[in-house]
Design a binder for this molecule. Structure first.
Ligand code: NAI
Ligand code: MG
Length: 357
């Protein structure tokens, strides 16, 4: 039976990088007989331009009926002046919450070939391999009430609400404990329990579950310290688990340890193992249309898709090996370029991965 993959290129560099990832998936399909079928849809600004909204209900339904979704990125200055309710980013929030994709897995791995591209000293980052597990459908990004109101004295006040239910904390915690069991056995939960009540509950739930995972060593860290530790000594971490907003910020920081945010893939899963796969970066309007964006984060996201949602681990490993091979060949897009390497375009990088198969 064929596996149906929904492709949502989105905006900015989205279409450029997704095109390369699809080319890589097609060669993996040929080589391993995966029987993949592709269908393309609209999200973000592309959907606003066509339908007046960032993700239609029909497209959301289409996505949910596929076996997995591969997404580029959304957003850009063209749509920045729109009302927040119909901005491109709303399409992302809608597909994440609409499909219940609460578990966001963001591995940050430093390829040894890119040790020089990292902003940290080689001895601090070499061999880095951490996994950030970010809760994706709750917390302050979704809490109600929210808005901007005018106070009695005429001054405006903006507000958001930071909420988590125990059940929401428990399911993301279990994802993280299980990931730690399969990896190095260490889990660091990141919160701000010294200030925020909701994260006091977060910590309680993690502690309550810990005895069920005796093979995992659980620790807690405040988010400000975690940010510091990530740049001071990132290799102390194995798996980190945190809420939506802290995870958003910390995973971008972790991204830079690997040389470039253009190297970081991600998976967002629901309870039944359905997943949406996308690079951690955004639509990079500053470089869109120039053919210079790094497609590797999207290509590595496609590999995660094969592994986690489609049970095609062998093909996933082959994609990852091909990526490693092109890095061995010294090929670098501008974001990971260092002296002595060979600068290539988005399309050249994609073609090199295809050729490395
Ligand atoms: P961004 O991640 O798009 O870009 C940040 C910086 O990283 C830029 O200098 C960009 O050129 C660079 N960069 C990003 N991806 C790259 C790649 N593959 N290769 C080389 N360089 C790359 O974040 P920014 O600038 O804050 O946001 C731009 C737009 O993207 C906004 O509209 C924002 O809302 C949206 N966004 C969308 C996300 C998504 O679709 N998941 C996530 C983050 C932002
Ligand atoms: Mg972000």
């Amino acid at each position: 039976m064929s596996k149906k993959i929904m492709i949502l290129p989105g905006d900015g560099i989205g279409p450029e990088i997704v095109e390369q990832a699809v080319a890589v998936l097609k060669v993996a399909d040929e080589k391993f007989g995966l029987n993949l079928e592709f269908t393309e849809g609209l999200i973000g600004g592309a959907s606003i331009d066509a339908h007046g909204e960032p993700l239609t209900d029909a497209e959301l339904k289409n996505a949910g009926e596929c076996d997995a979704v591969l997404l580029g990125a959304v957003g850009g200055p063209k749509w920045d002046t729109l009302d927040r309710a119909i901005r491109p980013e709303k399409g992302l929030l809608k597909i994440r919450s609409g499909l219940g994709l609460y578990a966001n897995l963001r591995p940050a791995i430093l390829y040894p070939q890119l040790a020089e591209a990292s902003s940290l000293k080689p001895e601090v980052v070499s061999g880095l391999d951490i996994l950030i597990v970010r809760e994706l459908t709750g917390g302050i990004y979704f809490g109600e009430p929210r808005g901007i109101k005018t106070l009695e004295n005429g001054e405006k006040q903006g507000y958001n609400t930071y909420v988590y239910k125990e059940s929401e904390i428990e399911r993301i915690a279990r994802t993280a404990f299980e990931a730690a069991q399969k990896r190095g056995g260490k889990l660091c939960s990141v919160d701000k329990a010294n200030v925020l009540d909701v994260t006091v509950l977060w910590r309680e739930v993690l502690d309550r579950l810990a005895p069920e995972y005796p093979d995992v060593e659980l620790s807690h860290m405040y988010v400000d310290n975690a940010a510091m530790q990530l740049v001071r000594a990132p290799k102390q971490f194995d798996v980190m688990v945190t809420g939506n907003m802290f995870g958003d910020i910390l995973s971008d920081a972790a991204a830079m340890l690997t040389g470039s945010i253009g190297m970081l893939p991600s998976a967002s899963m629901n309870e039944s193992g359905f997943g949406l796969y996308e690079p951690c970066h955004g639509s990079a309007p500053d470089i869109a249309g120039q053919g210079v964006a790094n497609p590797l984060a999207t290509i590595l996201s496609a590999a995660m898709m094969l592994r986690y949602s489609l049970d095609m681990g062998e093909a996933a490993a082959a994609i990852e090996a091909a990526v490693s091979k092109v890095l061995d060949q010294g090929l670098r897009t501008a974001d990971i370029y260092t002296e002595g390497s060979k600068k290539v375009s988005t399309a050249e990088m994609g073609a090199a991965v295809v050729a490395a198969f």
